[in-house]
Design a protein around this ligand. Structure first.
Ligand SMILES: CC(C)(COP(=O)(O)OP(=O)(O)OC[C@H]1O[C@@H](n2cnc3c(N)ncnc32)[C@H](O)[C@@H]1OP(=O)(O)O)[C@@H](O)C(=O)NCCC(=O)NCCS
Length: 399
């Protein structure tokens, strides 16, 4: 069976709210956020008749309540897709949405369907991290993993131990740069166009959620220095150099390249290669390193060929470790997260993979000279995911 080329035609997201009662999505269901995105993807792409969408796959880490009941199927019905449209839910924690996209892309590549919608959602307010998980006691009794492996902030502290040269000062500097890049991107109007405004009921009444709640444009090194270290006394990981706890959803429209041509749709990027790789759970933040090495090998490329990198910022330390491995310019390589990352925007777990893709899609528009881009993230219990994309809005120059 020959694989077909798969293209990403469009991608959008909700604003990212703060998890909890103060967040603007507190009274909003996760599945309604997904429905909003499906409808908006179809509204923005009128060549795609809803009847044509054959598959709808969504990632969510907690698959129960408003994220349960096979979200891909429930959201397809709620969004008014055809009853013939199939639906599935997947979980790979923070890479749930990335896995939804690569799974849907694989289906398209093998001819199981021509057009698919895929994405990720996490309502961390309704589903606090691991709150209802029941890890097998053997993990700890048989010492398969240490207790740290189950608390992401502790895995970030472990990374600081592993790389003593990645100091707290460097992590704070990275975090401040991320916040400043995001503030600039917001000011320049780059972020608003990715967000679908959603009218939501909050404790202040009805409001329009059209701007992320997490960014702190006034971040300073002095402010970051003062923050407590919740994961270890006298540690290095703080609320300022970590991603936050957030509610949000991101989705993309995928199709076979031939289908896009037949419909007269102009795709934004082509999937070149993807992969996932495991690392020790206690240092899960290293995941993007082997995943990136592996995906570059699969794609027949090197880091020199990659003109733009969207790396999820679960923790600053883990991003700096990635930069060291691939010899990126410290503290701020122009190829890496040019509009900031999850430290500023927030990280609603499963939705972050597609967010990286949506950022890359818009960055490709602004950089026609770039041919290849990378989206990569780390995953709880020790994994990394990586996808290489080709810019279809480009002028053919490499790298
Ligand atoms: C680190 C963490 C525990 C902090 O949670 P929190 O205490 O609810 O975070 P808050 O946003 O309330 O911030 C805590 C404090 O830091 C301050 N703060 C946060 N970012 C700041 C910044 N950039 N500059 C200055 N102060 C900042 C807040 O104002 C707050 O101050 P206060 O206590 O005086 O109100 C939480 O965000 C976390 O667990 N993050 C990691 C998420 C994760 O593991 N994801 C999966 C990755 S694989």
């Amino acid at each position: 069976m020959n694989a077909r080329n798969v293209v990403l035609v469009d991608g959008i997201r909700t604003a990212f709210g703060r998890a909890g009662e103060k967040g603007f999505f507190w009274h909003t269901r996760a599945d309604d956020m997904v429905v909003k995105l499906i409808r908006e993807l179809l509204r923005r792409n009128p060549q795609v008749n809803p009847e044509m969408v054959e598959e709808n796959i969504w990632g969510a880490t907690t698959q129960e309540k408003d994220q349960g009941l096979t979200l891909g199927r429930t959201s397809a019905i709620l969004a008014g897709l055809s009853e013939k449209c199939a639906g599935a839910s997947v979980d790979r924690m923070c890479a749930g949405g990335m896995t939804a996209v690569t799974t849907a892309a694989s289906e398209v590549a093998l001819g199981a369907c021509d057009i698919a919608i895929a994405g990720g959602v996490e309502h961390m307010g309704h589903h606090p991290m691991a709150a209802t998980a029941d890890p097998n006691p053997r993990f700890l009794v048989d010492r398969l993993v240490s207790e740290d492996a189950l608390v992401m902030g502790k895995t970030a502290e472990n990374l600081h131990d592993l790389y003593p040269d990645i100091t707290k000062e460097l992590a704070d500097e990275y975090a401040m740069i991320s916040q400043l890049k995001t503030a600039k991107a917001y000011q320049e109007g780059k972020i608003g166009k990715m967000i679908v405004p959603m009218t939501v009921y909050t404790r202040e009444g009805w409001v329009v959620a059209d701007r992320d709640q997490q960014p702190r444009p006034d971040t300073t090194l002095e402010g970051l220095r003062e923050l407590r270290t919740p994961f270890r006394p006298l540690g290095k990981v703080t609320a300022g150099n970590s991603s936050g706890l957030n509610d949000g959803a991101c989705g993309v429209l995928l199709m076979a390249e031939d289908t896009a041509k037949a419909l007269g749709v102009r795709p934004k990027m082509r999937l070149v290669a993807y992969t996932y790789a495991g690392v020790r759970p206690e240092v899960m933040g290293l995941g993007p390193i082997p995943a990136t090495h592996k995906v570059l090998t699969i794609a027949g490329l090197t880091m020199k060929d990659i003109g733009l990198i969207e790396l999820n910022e679960a923790f600053a330390v883990q991003c700096i470790a990635f930069m060291k491995e691939f010899k990126l310019k410290s503290p701020d390589d122009p190829r890496l997260n040019p509009w900031g990352g999850a430290i500023a925007f927030g990280h609603p777990l499963a939705s972050s993979g597609p967010r990286l893709m949506i950022h890359l899609m818009h960055e490709f528009t602004e950089h026609p000279e770039v041919t290849y881009g990378l989206t990569t993230l780390c995953v709880g219990l020790g994994q990394g995911g990586a996808v290489v994309w080709e810019n279809l809005q480009g002028n053919g120059k490499r790298g």
